[in-house]
Design a protein around this ligand. Structure first.
Ligand SMILES: NC(=O)c1ccc[n+]([C@@H]2O[C@H](COP(=O)([O-])OP(=O)(O)OC[C@H]3O[C@@H](n4cnc5c(N)ncnc54)[C@H](OP(=O)(O)O)[C@@H]3O)[C@@H](O)[C@H]2O)c1
Length: 337
């Protein structure tokens, strides 16, 4: 049977560790979870069944394995130590018989975007970023239309526009919207994204290092790698729509409590074709998956056992190709608001 595996890791230490070790999460304070995560071995989580292509009827299986490092450890430890642990976790997937491996959340953000990890494993790797970009932009566009916003006359902002996902999303959005606001932390990197979006057909572009500058935007797409929320209620325009791709989320929970005029979509989420059972609660409702997981499943359904989205630069041709394959096999954008 065609198959795949995903590597996940704890984003919220208490909540996520409790999903596998409820007692341990109850007794250990968060700082100790961070500490022990350094020494914990890779963890087998579950067997995934029931993913079925709408196009071919083919069913595939998979496995969820966990790299124990928390998001904080992923960012603070030297990349070599992080690679080592992710490669060990990939080794576990290989021993289970996985033919392609998806790197999820910070396992794909650290270092060179999967290239060094792919070199050390003997199965192909994908970060799932290409489909994440396609799904996030489609969800934002659908969300905007549902609120009566016409993208062609709207101001759109991308927060984390210097990043791998953010810059590719900005490139896709460029010809669709009236004006684009690019928000990042470093002016030199913002200039590169600005050049990229102008070439992609952007009409008006502004770059900023202040998140406050999204205040005029009707549509916001956020994809930073910040460990804490960067978008607060006071940053958002009245009746705007926000697609939050970041894991952990960029949008503060205060926005849901204080701004019921704003539509916040958890970006990069899809409905999986078939009757999928992931065998583990990774935080989404049944039948739904992150787009980066979906990319791995799409490649397995299509028999494309090749490393796909690797490295930090996302190519728009790949974004379009994987979106087409995903649609063919029956994956649909889920606008979870
Ligand atoms: N939903 C999904 O399926 C899915 C799939 C893959 C990834 N993701 C998530 O998407 C996010 C982005 O991933 P990526 O691979 O594109 O990461 P990345 O290449 O590291 O880019 C993140 C960018 O965010 C910028 N940034 C950090 N803090 C910021 C702030 N406070 N204000 C503005 N910009 C800020 C960084 O700027 P500097 O360069 O200055 O540090 C960096 O350019 C991550 O949260 C990841 O977990 C989601």
């Amino acid at each position: 049977m065609d198959n795949f595996a995903f590597v996940i890791h704890p984003l919220n230490p208490k909540r996520d560790v409790a999903r596998k070790y409820p007692l341990l999460a109850k007794v250990l304070p968060t700082p100790l979870i961070h500490f022990f995560s350094r020494f914990w071995p890779p963890v087998y989580l579950s067997h995934v069944v029931g993913v079925r292509s709408e196009a071919t009827g083919t069913e595939i299986e998979g496995w969820l394995v966990a790299c124990p490092f928390t998001a904080r450890q992923m960012l603070q430890l030297p990349p070599r130590a992080v690679y080592k642990k992710i490669v060990e976790t990939g080794g576990l997937a290989q021993r289970l018989g996985a033919r392609i491996l998806g790197l999820l959340a910070f396992t794909s953000v650290v270092g060179d975007g999967g290239v060094a990890i792919a070199r050390r494993l003997s199965i192909p790797i994908t970060t799932g970023r290409s489909l994440t970009v396609a799904v996030a932009v489609e969800a934002l566009e659908e969300g905007a239309r549902s609120k009566g916003i016409r993208p062609e006359s709207a101001i759109a902002a991308v927060v984390g526009a210097t990043g791998s996902i953010g810059s590719a999303c900005a490139e896709l959005l460029a010809p669709m919207v009236a004006e684009l606001v690019l928000v990042g932390r470093r002016e030199s990197r913002l200039a590169k994204t600005e050049a990229r979006v102008r070439e992609a057909g952007a009409r008006l572009v502004r770059a900023s290092t202040h998140v406050e500058d999204i205040r005029e935007a009707d549509m916001v797409l956020s994809a930073t790698n910040a460990a804490r929320p960067v978008i607060q209620p006071q940053h958002l325009k009245r009746d705007s729509v926000v697609c939050d791709v970041a894991l952990p989320p960029d949008v503060s929970p205060r926005v849901a409590r204080e701004r019921d005029d704003v539509l916040v979509i958890e970006g990069g989420i899809v409905d999986v074709p078939g009757e999928v059972d992931f065998g583990f609660d990774f935080g989404l409702p049944p039948g739904k998956a992150y787009a980066c997981m979906a990319e791995t499943m799409v490649l397995a359904l299509d028999g494309r056992y090749e490393s796909y989205s690797l490295g930090r630069q996302i190519r728009i041709e790949q974004v379009r190709e994987i979106a087409q394959l995903a649609s063919k096999h029956g994956f649909r954008v889920s606008a979870t608001g």
